[in-house]
Design a protein around this ligand. Structure first.
Ligand code: HBI
Length: 96
């Protein structure tokens, strides 16, 4: 399914609704850093996100260092930020 990049107005509106996320202009994606009490909780969170990603057929670019998980959401097919990223960010935020 062809998915399109959000325009400037759509992106601004979406970012306003996701205050924990930051626009990453070099990728036209959004990023958020999550911190947990320990590695096991961080990895459990990643497992929950992986299940969401599979259901959405939309996948994060992420890294994990001990209790920290950094997530970037951008849409490869749109070469930037799409509604799929916004929807997945909302679903991820609901986990924490
Ligand atoms: N995840 N972030 C991201 N961007 C995509 O374009 C994307 C994806 N996961 C799966 C996916 N596209 C598939 O729909 C296509 O690879 C067919």
């Amino acid at each position: 399914m062809m998915v399109r990049k959000l325009d400037d107005a759509e992106r601004a509106e979406a970012l306003a609704s996701l205050p924990e996320w930051t626009h990453e202009p070099t990728r036209d994606g959004i990023t958020r850093r999550f911190r947990f009490d320990d590695f096991a909780r961080a990895f459990g969170f990643m497992t929950s996100v992986a299940i969401l990603a599979e259901k959405a057929d939309h996948h994060p670019e992420w890294s994990n260092v001990y209790n920290r998980v950094d997530i970037l959401l951008a849409t490869h097919d749109a070469d930037g930020l799409s509604q799929r990223d916004i929807d997945l960010a909302r679903a991820i935020d609901a986990l924490v």
